[in-house]
Design a protein around this ligand. Sequence first.
Ligand SMILES: [Zn+2]
Length: 288
Amino acid sequence: MQQHKKQVLFVCDRREITRWQAKSRRPLGACFRKNFWRKRYFLLLTRMPRLISRALAIAFVASLGACTTVPRTAIKDTSRTFTTVVVDAGHGGKDNGAYRRYGPPEKIVALDVAQRLERNLRESQLKTVMTRSSDVFIPLNDRVAIENSQKKAIFVSIHFNDSRRRGIHGFETYYHSGTSAELANRIQSKLMTIPHSMNRGVHTANFRVLRLAYYPAVLVECGFLSNRSEGNQARDAEYRELLSERIAEAIVEQRYGPGVYHASPQVAAAQPQPASPGSEPTPPAVHH
Ligand SMILES: [Zn+2]
């Protein structure tokens, strides 16, 4: 054993330690503990670079942990109390999103629906924040940061879909945390009131903008640009207005209950309790 200790003391090299450890079948820590005081200065000198790199590695892992665990533990259920809607137009700038030769790319139509949605929500007295208002590239983390820096918010990301199979069409809504499920279902069912709409369902997904959100967050796929019919519709401004109205209506109902879309805040405040998603009646007044 003495021989092995010497190897550690004077040849403080990762391979030597490993060899000693393998021969003696003892944990690496025991080696350092036993000899630390006898050759402290020498060990400090030889181990310094490794100590620094280890400290950096620990700091890096800790920062990763903070990114991935904090939002999960700190999710705030503002699904019925939110005052701000963060409207996120998917893609932008160098990121076209779905792109077909015969129509505008996803980034353009998504921005248009998002801007219409924002206007409809503001008319319903909800505060809104856009992650982008022009054709610029915004990294996903920045989009999440915009949402997470708000007070009492929800996050709604607008996208259009794409498929190699041109026959595929329909609406999809995605969420990550359970606190977002009701909002996702409500948006999906409002979209299904659009004539000839196809329901491709509400799904959970691990998208970063959903996973890292502090607040309820959903991502809406407003149809397939790769489908002839839905691609044509997406190029029609009136249809994009209809999409934005249905989504706005769902958001307002989620906050204030059914029948108050485009009503004054006093009317909204007078509503006793938001109805559960399964029992909502058809709203009496449809915008336009
Ligand atoms: Zn997209």
